[in-house]
Design a protein. Structure first.
Length: 188
């Protein structure tokens, strides 16, 4: 296993992990849904650390196409880190901590990273999970990825429902038609 790539993915997960401290409003709580969302990110980071520390070893799957997989892992990790930074730079004010009751919108952000996708933070989390699965392809990391996608999809749907019911509902419905939830819409 390429230790540089492991370190890069762990930096990626650490960057995600410090978002509540460096970006989000400080008035939120780490409620059950926050932990359910963070859980798969912690899981895959812990599995990578355990593998790196030789606490257990997974079978190597990618020996024949190692360079291609390492390149994909590198690109996905850099994309995830860059997307987090780009998304933070898009916002003029910090957002409410995820899954809070006090996260009523002040406006609809449709520029920067949001010009292409409605949930760029979530996209970066999913991308980091995909990179961790490619680096450590095992049923446990795959469970982390699937768990992450399911929880983020549920959370995104709830957020979109709340935004559609807000005073910005009509504007948000128009925005939904031109952007994808986690990945850009093709042909729009």
């Amino acid at each position: 296993m390429n230790k540089t790539l492991v370190a890069l993915i762990l930096v990626n997960f650490a960057y995600i992990g410090i978002l509540p401290r460096i970006f989000f409003k400080k008035d939120g709580r780490y409620n059950l849904m926050w932990w359910m969302t963070a859980g798969p990110l912690f899981l895959n980071a812990a599995l990578l650390l355990a593998h790196l520390a030789d606490l257990f070893q997974f079978e190597a799957y990618w020996s024949s196409a190692l360079f291609a997989y390492e390149l994909m892992i590198l690109i996905l990790s850099i994309f995830s880190i860059g997307m987090i930074s780009y998304t933070m730079g898009t916002h003029r004010i910090p957002l409410a901590l995820w899954h809070q009751n006090n996260d009523a919108p002040m406006n609809i952000v449709t520029w920067g990273a949001y010009k292409y996708i409605r949930h760029p933070f979530y996209t970066s989390f999913i991308t980091a999970q995909i990179a961790s699965v490619l680096l450590l392809p095992h049923w446990s990391t795959i469970i982390g990825l699937v768990w992450c996608v399911l929880v983020l999809n549920r959370t995104a749907a709830r957020e979109e429902k709340n935004l559609s019911a807000s005073t910005f509902g009509a504007e948000y419905q128009t925005y939904i038609k031109s952007t994808g939830r986690f990945f850009p819409k093709i042909g729009v």
